[in-house]
Design a binder for this molecule. Structure first.
Ligand code: SAH
Length: 267
């Protein structure tokens, strides 16, 4: 059995309980050494074989999994954050399917959630944005034409850019071609949840300058949008007058409604 496990964004105690148990039980761990916190390996048993996939190609990774499987041993493939985002797990899963090797996936806390915690931010604020766009600037990996940053930026939604902090100049330019203005709030979160985490706040107009001044090139997220600003509307969910499946809303407090003249109607 192969278990793909999300290691979380960095802090060693942000792996899931299940993920930690799988590491403890593993006969072999293949971890993404460039981003996964190596302290997680201390949960592994003394006899566990450990491979750093930063130095391996796909065939080598699959080769190790195949050998382990043939010996009836259990492999954990440890990916940073949640494996579903920029994790290159599809190609591994397809290779395993082709070899009839069973696998499972254990989700993890993605770095964009770690960044929200660092920023003390809510990405979906009523009256501001109800959508989060997760994307990347085109680099050596192409981005489909219809997903070019300037097109996605046309929505003005909360924007989270992975793998792009080394291209902040282009990110800034593309965001400004969309619905963001030089004054739109933005932030760069470097190594969210690690001990050396850095949170840099500013505006889209300053993005390039901020990353350069702080020497940010890798392991960082760029977040842009008015959710990082001050204005928003209160939620309906916790509005005392709002009825949900779990809670009866109070009637409005003005005289007429207190007398029951609203006919008991709900909004
Ligand atoms: N699957 C991972 C993302 C892997 S892609 C996840 O869910 O988070 C690698 C990119 O993720 C990095 O270039 C960086 O943009 C981002 N990243 C990963 N860990 C990070 C962290 N702790 N803080 C900020 N960005 C991080």
């Amino acid at each position: 059995m192969i278990d793909f496990v999300g290691a979380g964004p960095g802090a060693v105690d942000l792996i899931t309980v299940r993920g930690r148990r799988l590491i403890e039980e593993a006969d072999c761990i293949i971890y993404a050494g460039s981003l996964v916190n190596p302290e997680l390996l201390s949960y592994a048993g003394a006899d566990c074989l450990v491979y750093d996939s930063a130095r391996m190609c796909l065939e080598e990774v699959i080769g190790v999994m195949e050998r382990m499987e043939a010996q009836g041993r259990h492999t954990v493939r440890l990916h940073t954050g949640d494996p579903s985002l920029y994790g290159a797990i599809r190609e591994q899963m397809d290779a395993l399917r082709a070899r009839n090797i069973p696998f499972r996936i254990c989700p993890g806390v993605s770095s964009f959630c770690g960044a929200a915690a660092a920023l003390e931010a809510e990405y979906t604020l009523p009256g501001v944005s109800q959508s989060v766009i997760i994307t990347r600037m085109e680099g050596r990996t192409a981005v489909p034409e219809r997903e070019k940053l300037r097109l996605l930026a046309g929505h003005g939604a909360t924007m989270i850019l992975f793998l792009s902090s080394g291209m902040a100049d282009r990110v800034q330019e593309e965001l400004l071609r969309g619905a963001y203005t030089p004054d739109t709030p933005c932030a760069v979160v470097y190594r969210a949840t690690w001990k050396d985490e850095k949170v840099i706040r500013g505006t889209v107009g300053e993005l390039c300058k901020l990353t350069a001044e702080n020497g940010i090139t890798g392991t960082a997220l760029i977040i842009a949008g008015d959710v990082l600003g001050s204005g928003y509307e209160l939620s309906r969910l916790y509005d005392r007058h709002f009825t949900t499946a779990y809670r009866e809303g109070e009637p409005p407090c003005d005289k007429e409604d207190r007398s029951g003249d609203n006919g008991g109607e709900r909004q």
